[in-house]
Ligand binder design. Structure first.
Ligand SMILES: Cc1cc2nc3c(=O)[nH]c(=O)nc-3n(C[C@H](O)[C@H](O)[C@H](O)COP(=O)(O)OP(=O)(O)OC[C@H]3O[C@@H](n4cnc5c(N)ncnc54)[C@H](O)[C@@H]3O)c2cc1C
Length: 363
């Protein structure tokens, strides 16, 4: 059955775009509102290509470059560009950049998104607005913020050609290393043009897990009362921190990853992400639903943050085309929650357990 009606998606990153494509393909007119003017992601992401194909109706195999390790990894930028290109060809899908949604609400007839200059209405509204979601306020009003998991990831991303002269090129695979409780995951990724896979033309990403920085995150205003408020950008680093990290990288990590990390801290492009878990009590209420990190944030070690939002997109698609008379509305949103709440809660519980084990009793 084809879907009918209209949808607003708040947040046009990888989760929001995937859901918008999945819904619009059924015939639901879908408008995506993204507050950023352009998209620039940093680093890499392991993607389940089979599920991505199921959600979007397009085969990414030939058009979304990846490095194959124990699974396929691509860069955020390549994935976003791929989704934006697919979305641009889907009838009934409109992506509006530079639109900041300040409030959402609903009544018996419609769901509404208020921006600086207008109020948009649709049959359903999907919050794909990430771990600091404002749409959560309409679905889980008593549970607005994401729980801090007790550790952070230092992250960075640079062109392979920016490695210092003489640094051996990294292997073709994702690698991981441990040093006490510190853990490094590093990987080559498609190049800056989102396509190049040859040595020397790729990019390099890393995520360095560090469970010793809670005080730093609290002092910088990133974490308060066990909840995550924001990420730690390089401009927020206290004096001496970058030098300390450069020293630590030199002691802890092997070549060529050490050089890549040092380069990112020297160039001021390394940043910190407090890791969080968000266990949802609900994923929809009336005409409004949540997907992606807004609905169920998890630790990167699960490798499932984005992949679970692809599952959300598939469930949304099935719900809008199978709801009452195949329409987008409260029945479709209730169906979406029935399909997704249990699996999402299970994923977050696993992530919380992993986080507790990783951080250990010393926290
Ligand atoms: C180190 C690390 C490694 C990871 N590795 C993997 C992996 O290998 N595989 C995997 O599946 N997942 C992985 N993840 C998780 C994955 O990155 C996230 O789950 C995913 O990026 C979340 O996407 P999202 O679209 O839900 O949210 P976001 O990417 O946070 O996007 C939210 C969007 O909403 C916009 N927005 C916010 N508020 C508003 C507003 N009021 N109005 C308009 N727009 C708004 C924002 O600008 C943003 O574009 C990893 C995460 C980390 C930190």
């Amino acid at each position: 059955m084809a879907g009918q009606g209209s949808a607003i998606v708040v947040g046009g990153s990888i989760g929001g775009l995937t859901a918008a494509i999945a819904m619009a393909r059924t015939g639901v007119r879908t408008t995506v509102l993204e507050c950023r003017d352009s998209f620039e992601g940093r680093g890499g992401i392991g993607v389940d290509y089979r599920m991505l194909c199921e959600a979007t109706g397009e085969h990414p195999d030939d058009s979304l470059a990846y490095i194959y390790g124990y699974r396929r990894s691509t860069s955020f930028n390549a994935l976003y560009a791929w989704l934006a290109e697919v979305g641009s060809r889907v009838e009934g899908l409109e992506l509006r950049l530079g639109v900041d949604v300040t409030k959402v609400h609903q009544d018996d007839d419609k769901a509404y998104a208020i921006t600086g200059s207008e109020e948009l209405a649709a049959d359903i509204l999907i919050g794909a607005d990430g771990y600091r979601s404002i749409v959560r306020g309409e679905v889980n009003p008593d549970q607005l913020l994401t729980d801090y998991a007790g550790f952070m990831a230092w992250r960075g991303w640079l062109a392979e050609s920016d490695l210092p002269d003489g640094t051996p090129l990294p292997s073709d695979d994702l690698v991981s290393f441990g040093f006490g409780r510190q853990m490094l995951v590093a990987f080559p990724l498609p190049g800056l043009n989102n396509r190049d896979l040859s040595k020397g033309l790729r990019t390099i990403g890393f995520a360095w897990h560090d469970p010793t920085r809670t005080r730093l995150l609290e002092d910088a205003g990133c974490v308060r009362d066990g909840k995550i408020l924001r990420g730690l950008e390089s401009g927020m680093f206290p004096p001496g921190l970058a030098q300390e990290m450069i020293g630590n990288a030199g002691r802890m990590w092997p070549t060529p990853w050490r050089e890549a990390i040092v380069e990112c801290f020297e160039q001021g492009i390394a940043f910190g992400t407090p890791i969080g878990n968000y266990l949802p009590e609900r994923m929809s209420r009336g005409r409004i639903g949540l997907i992606g990190d807004a609905a169920h944030a998890v630790a990167p070690a699960t490798g499932q943050g984005y992949n679970s939002s692809v599952e959300d997109a598939i469930a949304l698609r099935d719900s809008v085309r199978g709801g009452v008379a195949g329409s987008a509305g409260p029945a479709a949103m209730a169906s979406f929650e029935r399909l997704r709440l249990g699996p999402a809660q299970e994923l977050v519980r696993w992530s919380r357990q992993w986080s507790r084990t990783y951080v250990g009793p010393e926290r």
